[in-house]
Design a protein around this ligand. Sequence first.
Ligand SMILES: [Zn+2]
Length: 256
Amino acid sequence: MISIFDSHTHINSHEFDDDIPDVIDRAKALNVDSMLVLGYDGESADKMVKLINQYPDIYGAVGIHPEDAAKYDDFEDQLRVYMIEPKVKAVGEIGLDYHCDVDHDLQKEIFKKQIKLAHEFHLPISVHNRDAFEDTYDVIKETDGAKYGGIMHSFNGDVQWAQQFLELGMDLSFSGVVTYDNAKKVQEAAKYVPADRMLVETDAPYLTPMPYRNQRNEPGMTRYTVEFLAQLRNENVDQLATQTSQNAKKVLKINE
Ligand SMILES: [Zn+2]
């Protein structure tokens, strides 16, 4: 039986206020039975905690997104409270976003602080990187960021960056972006990544895979990204689904 793990989703965001049970049912119907829900502020993190307590196959993560770096210091104590939850399995999403106008030094400082927090709790990191490959690489290298494992969320680099982040111990997670026509470099990277280092995700409600790109994304759509990747890599869909699911459980230390 196919089993798919959506390693990065935000069904705790307002886009899903009205239909979470339906979203989860539709995901199950497409064999997406497990997911990691990431909280990014107090409200979304509280909702994440509710979800992980309600559904056995939903796991959680929490972290301050680089866009909100200025809010980190006020939130750090609260973050520690979430980290104690047994089903919180990662710190994230954290990282660098040079597309937004938040000061780069501040972003780097908060990224490092949250890596330290992850290490304190022996948790892997889920990393967001936009237009900041070099600095993201440098920070992870300098801090041994992947000491307890790590995931490059919605990996959008080329083969060379794939190789470099793999060498740092980071696993690479592919979202609907890989299915886009203009994502040839990402597709090359997705062909290159060893099967045991690859994860899949939606980043719902964003980054909907083809051919549903104009719709709201939701965890079930991970299925289409897996199907695309299997075809791209000339692999069996069931096998790739199972392998990526096992990889997610391994890095998130989920024991069944
Ligand atoms: Zn995200």
